[in-house]
Ligand binder design. Structure first.
Ligand code: THU
Length: 131
């Protein structure tokens, strides 16, 4: 299994853990860190709506909590047979921990995904080096 397949598998497994009683829109994510570890995440909703957290941020925060410093790749899966892209807030959170050549893997289904660069997802971004 290559690294893309591993990230796809982890994102799809993570999606099953989504807590989505309000939207029923289940998202899974997985990140590959600089130390070559993979962390998964799912979206977790809230009765008060705004505290809802996206799958991408759960995966990233798990990685950071575990001592990781940088993200090399991040995969995301939402609606089946549809390309679900990270929301704006998650793009900014990804920005904090990646470089412009970080790969974003957008999963359509178990067999199909596309790979884009972070710079395509959030061009002209603001990050830690800009302060
Ligand atoms: N969601 C994510 O988990 N990631 C995204 O990038 C887009 C949106 C979640 C948040 C909410 O639980 C549900 O999808 C519907 O917006």
């Amino acid at each position: 299994m290559n690294i893309y397949e591993k990230l796809v598998e982890c994102a799809l497994d993570s999606q099953k853990m989504a807590y989505t009683p309000y939207s029923n829109f289940k998202v899974g994510a997985s990140v590959l860190t600089d130390s070559d570890k993979i962390y998964g995440g799912c979206n977790i909703e809230n009765a008060s709506y705004t505290p809802t957290v996206c799958a991408e941020r759960v995966a990233i925060f798990k990685a950071i909590y575990n001592g990781e410093k940088k993200i090399k790749k991040i995969a995301v899966v939402g609606k089946e047979n549809f390309f679900t892209y990270p929301c704006g807030v998650c793009r900014q959170v990804i920005r904090e921990f990646c470089t412009n050549d970080c790969e974003i893997i957008i999963i359509k289904n178990k067999e199909e995904y596309k790979v884009i660069k972070f710079s395509e997802l959030l061009p002209y971004s603001f990050g830690p080096e800009d302060l």
